[in-house]
Design a protein around this ligand. Structure first.
Ligand SMILES: NC(=O)c1ccc[n+]([C@@H]2O[C@H](COP(=O)([O-])OP(=O)(O)OC[C@H]3O[C@@H](n4cnc5c(N)ncnc54)[C@H](O)[C@@H]3O)[C@@H](O)[C@H]2O)c1
Length: 337
């Protein structure tokens, strides 16, 4: 197997997650690591840098993984692309639409280099099953969706970089809600009408929102409601996908903390004649999953793009721009298109 030489910039939680996934894959050779807090690199044997430019300029590599705070993502992504490297970047694609468009301009100017954003939720087993079910059309066409993605904050939540608007660009909606928004966009297509309420309901001593409600509508009339919350207090992931001939329910999500519960997908066919159960209680088909391979699937897709010239399928720059356009409108609290 051809080895891709990679560097990772930002060795916090996600940098380490990507590092581990690359080791499991076997097709990567991590040649250097960078973190502005050099002590975060203790225990690693690779070359170590505290300055990301120095790391990129002094290393021989094929790919750069950008796992830093949101504020520096565009600069590192653009610099790496311009140097001719493939880039894997964490979500969100910068702090705002302007940041994302900056990366798109460089991408377009270079004739579509390899650039992938880490929207790993698309690779969760329940999500992949839901996509296959929708694509099969055995439940008809999706017409609406209802999603809740909520967490409990943490003791130092208000002081985390994620809630420093200068560094992150937004609060819970940009940090976590973007994953649910991405799934809705993945399943339903582009949203053209948006209503939202973005609020600080409990964590009032920080500059970012702790709750965002949105109602989203596609040009062909599909409707979605989304609640992104840092005040759920008990972690929750729930997504209902309602189709013309049935219903899919995603409940729970496997993460490293296991705090979102068991990952489960159930689906039901519309059965008004009660052939499979009582009225309103049709036969249930359920699958439960006990492992999260999303990081491995992502790293595999990126490997195939860099080593074999395959196209990036999930987390493209187009996805990134579309999502950030919707997010910008959610933050504006837009009422109509
Ligand atoms: N896909 C997902 O599900 C997921 C989950 C969590 C975080 N993320 C994203 O990953 C990114 C990192 O989040 P995290 O949870 O790993 O945060 P983190 O705080 O654990 O790690 C970030 C690291 O980047 C380093 N860093 C910041 N600026 C730097 C710079 N200029 N040069 C070098 N190093 C720098 C920090 O010192 C820190 O070690 C964020 O963009 C976040 O939104 C994605």
């Amino acid at each position: 197997m051809e080895k891709i030489k990679a560097v990772i910039i930002g060795m916090g939680r996600m940098g380490r997650t990507r590092y581990d996934a690359m080791q499991r894959h076997g097709g990567y050779e991590v040649v250097a690591l960078c973190d502005k807090e050099i002590s975060n690199l203790d225990g690693y044997m690779e070359r170590k840098f505290s300055d990301w430019k120095d790391c990129i300029d002094s290393s021989e590599m094929d790919a750069v993984f950008v796992c830093t705070y949101n504020v520096v993502i565009p600069e590192i992504v653009c610099y790496s692309l311009e140097k001719g490297y493939a880039v894997f970047s964490e979500k969100p694609p910068g702090r705002n639409l302007q940041d994302t468009l900056r990366m798109k301009n460089v991408y377009d100017g270079l004739g579509a280099p390899v650039l992938k954003y880490g929207f790993n939720h698309r690779y969760h087993n329940s999500v992949m099953e839901a996509k296959a079910l929708l694509d099969s059309r055995i439940l008809g066409d999706i017409v609406c969706a209802r999603g809740v993605y909520g967490k409990a904050g943490s003791p130092g939540f208000a002081r985390e970089w994620r809630n420093d608007a200068q560094i992150s660009g937004g609060g819970i909606m940009l940090d976590q809600g973007i994953h649910m928004l991405d799934l809705m966009y993945y399943f339903m297509g582009e949203f053209t009408e948006i209503q939202s309420s973005v609020d600080q309901l409990v964590w009032k001593d920080m500059p970012t929102e702790d709750s965002a409600f949105s109602i989203l509508r596609t040009a062909d009339g599909k409707v979605a409601s989304l609640h992104s919350s840092a005040i759920q207090w008990r972690h929750k992931f729930s997504l209902d996908l309602i189709c013309t001939k049935g219903f899919i329910s995603l409940d729970g999500l496997l993460t490293s903390t296991c705090s979102y519960g068991e990952e489960k997908i159930s689906y039901y066919r519309k059965d008004l004649e009660q052939k499979t159960g009582g009225l309103g209680r049709p036969m249930e088909h359920t699958m439960c999953f006990d492992s999260d391979q999303s990081w491995d699937y992502e790293i595999k897709e990126f490997y195939e793009a860099v080593a074999e010239g395959a196209p990036i399928r999930e987390g493209t720059i187009r996805d990134a721009v579309n999502l950030m356009k919707i997010l910008e409108r959610i933050y504006k609290g837009e009422k109509t298109c």
